[in-house]
Ligand binder design. Sequence first.
Ligand code: CP
Length: 309
Amino acid sequence: MNNKHLLTADEFSPEQLKALFEHADAMRTTLTDEKARKELATKHIDKQVCSLFYEPSTRTRSSFEAAAMKLGMGVVSTENASEFSSAAKGETITDTTQVLNQYGFSAIIIRHPQTGAVAEAASVSEAPIINAGDGKGDHPSQSLLDTYTIYRKFGRLNNLRVVMGGDLRNGRTVRSLAKILAKYQGNHLVFVSLPELQMADDIKEILTATGTTFEESSEMEQAFKNADVIYWTRLQKERLQGDASISSGGFVIDKNSLKYIDEHAIIMHPLPRVGEITEEVDADPRAIYFEQAGNGLYIRMALLDGMVC
Ligand code: CP
């Protein structure tokens, strides 16, 4: 990371990413050995992290908190901060952060519905701030676990054909993943979405500036041809501001879709899914979204271990 906070996906160089993945692998190995696991659980015994989630989460919050505990850290958690923190009384995120800084946390993990709110918190924070997802902005730890998953499968992050589908306009995971893939040579991104849910221009500008080729398509099965990675996402209903006219566009991966997907390809999803990959796909060996979610634990352990040293 370029500074003590983790705010955006593009803060890691390829060399730093490789080191992070090795660190995550070491965490994975440590957890399989009882003696090593118990030793690790005392490593940061005098440290505490705060997890402050203004938006719902299953994976990010629980895996960050589990990661902290496996490293011996204490966790102070507010899982519904919009309602159960003093934000409900009108406190600003910068005031909340300055108060939390009084309590000696080694890191503060924040998810917030407003793009840029986590960076605002970081601007007043002595403690490292981790962006656990800010509005339509970024979800850096998700993209780290996504690229870790891809790297484990292919042994590389370059020369890949990656198809991203669904709500690319409002989804932060696809934005963050694209930013990381743009750091590597030879990747080709295919964006499958309805016209009103296309990838935003700022990401396309990054791709163009880095020489990363991309195309836009509404032909799902055509796009799957020769794909290495298929990364599917849900419609971000919570960000559509009541526009019920937008549907997922019928971009559903079901058993029939599998015949258009190469044997060597992997099917990923940041989850939660809400019907855009049917459950009958789960048994296919190419469907690795639950394994992907599991990788979040090791990446977040590596992140926290590195950040609080
Ligand atoms: N992928 C992801 O961010 O999941 P949660 O919303 O459950 O944390």
